[in-house]
Design a protein around this ligand. Sequence first.
Ligand SMILES: C[S@@+](CC[C@H](N)C(=O)[O-])C[C@H]1O[C@@H](n2cnc3c(N)ncnc32)[C@H](O)[C@@H]1O
Length: 272
Amino acid sequence: MSETRKRKHPANESSIERIKSSKMPKETPPSKPPSQPTPSQPTLSTTPSNDDPFPVNWPKSLPYLTTPAYSPQITPSQLSLLRTLDPDLPTIPGSFPLGPAPHVKITPITDLKHPAHGQSGLFATQHLPPDTLILPYLGHYHPGSGPGLQDEDYDYTKSDYDLWLDRDADVAVDAARAGNEARFVNDYRGIPFTPREPVPGQKKPPKQQKGKPNAEFKVAWDERTGQKVMSVWVLPRGKKGLNTGIERGEEVMVSYGRGFWEGRKQEGEGEN
Ligand SMILES: C[S@@+](CC[C@H](N)C(=O)[O-])C[C@H]1O[C@@H](n2cnc3c(N)ncnc32)[C@H](O)[C@@H]1O
């Protein structure tokens, strides 16, 4: 077993760091159900909030969240920091659905050239313009350092689905044991480039960048639950206007950060 350490997180490389992970998590149910919130915390909702409770292709063995879950080790002061409004954060509006995200679909990856072949990814079901909120990234909120990285029989440092949420509050969010569609967002590295077709009514296909992410993780303020959440957004247009958004059928791809892959390489070396 390799030593426990932190490495850069699959997210905005400048601001978010990922808790170290070692192996692809298994999509088997945890040996214990996810931690239940204390009475003072919002309810962990795995119950349908509308007619279509689970997203298409959601793994049935995994609890589907519509609001965050909480490690029992999260303290009241951490909760209070998470629930203090930061007006500079982008917002998830109260009108955004609690439940399956409207414009993306979890899709098994069958392309043998795709580096995550055999796993799944998240794909756009319609054009997503630059700077659009795609969906929140839900999971267990847990301490990002110290003994809180071990929850009873679960070790967050082994997760490949763990993101820093708030460094000042020392809180991270892990979607390995429960989450929503956002946990299926892959890193752009090595994903085969698929040229675009012209959209109906236009001669040329929309501009496209090769070998780049088209989305990013951002911390946001969730008006629906009154707290900070991690979330996935389409990249902004950019100074040169090169980002035209994500076309229907394209995979949503972020950068996990170089540290994620370096950490993984080191683990591989450590295991030899
Ligand atoms: C947050 S999960 C992403 C969803 C994952 N594909 C699934 O079906 O559960 C992170 C894991 O996806 C895989 N992955 C994501 N992007 C990848 C890439 N560009 N190349 C290889 N593996 C990738 C790795 O196994 C990584 O540990």
